[in-house]
Design a protein around this ligand. Structure first.
Ligand code: 5CA
Ligand code: ZN
Length: 418
């Protein structure tokens, strides 16, 4: 899949410190030690509606992580998927009387435009489920051959006798290692997050669907011994990460709503396919962004859309600053003030940059770097720039090239172009 244009990243003299982030699996803030190349896998959109502030927060957070890793001297190999075949997409297309492929194409295009406007560095590998079908089929077939997957009677299959395939969780003792949750906590959210605990014939209520054989009116692909059908959700991220990063890779990212079952299942399925452990060396999760007291979500419809704000003429850099003003591990709500505060901040930074000189750039560049390396503390980075801007605007113009240095650092490290 085509991604979107890469923004230019100015050079900043020196280098940032080693990056530390919170890993859900260990429950600790840990230093990432990726070696020369950091592998980053971030779960992409299900393209049935437009990018809202929750999605934008997630992709800006991992953009920040990529920038911090690059600044610390690593090359970043960034992989992102698109869930371009799944129940929510098919249901929305049905509801609206449009082709599911057309809906996906339109929403992916809008996402590209939103990411470009927000100066998010694109993934190196950007892959949909449809174009990853050979890898997915290969992996599900391998799990069947090794006896870790099993078939379940499927009375409504289009082809009589065809059966859905499930993953047998009892075969992998690492199940639970990503979330650390107990069974009760898992059961509490499994159904609402795409699981089917009530499905007759499963060995365990939590076993995840790997392959769904063809039903009347649903898209399906030929899959050899599996029979025509389409993949379950989690196997796409297992297959794409294995194929394009190999394991263990450095970070798997997404929102906290993906901790269980999605990231747990992606990892346990990878364990079933390889001898390597773990799947990712760290699992990093963006806290949920809300609106009017609830998680912002396409299914609820309580959305503030990036594209809507752009259409209203809002500077995308103000949207980016509004997101960066919140730490990625703190839940927050979008309000009318969120954008006003970001616009004021943007304005004050631009004023400070437009003088003949500026306050000393070195301390502020160092402060941005150390804030980001310290669990992506973007609010602390913004506060450091605020202090520099205030000193400059108050008359400290002692450094002739100060503004240029700070502008380049803000662009390279925070992705805010002024
Ligand atoms: N396609 C799957 C991942 S494989 C998916 O979850 N798609 S999504 O479109 O529902 O979400 C895209 C990304 O945005 C995910 O990482 C998800 O965790 C994150 N996300 C969704 N809603 C919010 C929210 N309200 N706040 C923060 N992040 C969110
Ligand atoms: Zn995913």
């Amino acid at each position: 899949m085509i991604s979107w244009p890469t923004p230019s990243i100015p050079a900043v003299p020196g280098a940032g410190p080693a990056v530390r982030v919170h890993d859900t699996s260990s429950g600790q803030v840990r230093e990432l030690a990726p070696g020369p190349v950091a592998g980053l896998y971030v779960c992409g959109i299900t393209p049935y509606d437009a990018t809202h502030m929750g999605h934008a927060a997630t992709y800006v957070t991992f953009d920040l992580l990529g920038r911090a890793l690059r600044d610390a001297g690593h090359e970043v190999r960034y992989v992102q998927n698109i869930t371009d075949v799944d129940d929510p997409l098919l249901e929305r297309a049905d509801r609206d009387g449009v082709e599911w492929t057309a809906l996906a194409t339109d929403e992916i295009e809008l996402f590209r435009e939103d990411m470009t406007a927000l100066a998010v560095i694109p993934p190196d590998v950007y892959l949909g489920v449809v174009e990853s079908m050979p890898q997915i089929i290969r992996d599900v077939t391998a799990l069947c051959e090794s006896g870790i997957a099993y078939a379940v009677e499927t009375p409504d299959a289009l082809t009589p006798g065809a059966r859905d395939i499930y993953f047998d969780l009892s075969r992998e003792d690492c199940f639970g290692a990503v979330s650390g949750w107990d069974r009760e906590a898992m059961m509490a959210v499994f159904a609402e997050r795409g699981g089917d605990p009530e499905r007759a014939g499963k060995r365990d209520a939590l076993d995840p669907l790997l392959w769904r054989v063809e039903r009347q009116g649903e898209p399906a692909w030929d899959a050899g011994v599996l029979g025509r059908g389409r993949p379950g959700w989690h196997i796409e991220c297992t297959a794409i990460a294995l194929e394009h990063l190999g394991i263990p890779f450095t970070v798997q990212g997404g929102g906290t709503d993906l901790i269980f079952p999605h990231h747990e299942m992606s990892a346990v399925q990878a364990a079933g396919l390889t001898d390597e452990r773990p799947f990712a060396t760290a699992y990093v999760h963006q806290a949920m962004v809300g609106l009017h007291g609830e998680k912002m979500s396409k299914s609820k419809g309580n959305l503030v859309l990036v594209s809507r704000l752009r259409r209203d003429g809002v500077d995308p850099m103000a949207i980016r600053l509004a997101l960066l003003a919140h730490h990625y591990r703190t839940e927050w709500e979008w309000t009318d003030d969120t954008l006003d505060e970001a616009l004021q901040r943007l304005d004050s930074w631009r004023k400070a940059l437009s003088g003949n000189g500026a306050a000393d750039p070195e301390p502020v560049v160092a402060a941005i770097r150390s804030a980001l390396a310290n669990d992506l503390d973007s609010p602390a980075a913004l506060t450091a720039v605020d202090a520099w801007a205030a000193a400059t605007s108050a008359g400290d113009e002692s450094q002739v090239d100060g503004a240029g240095v700070v502008a380049r650092a803000i662009d390279a490290l925070l992705g805010v172009r002024l």
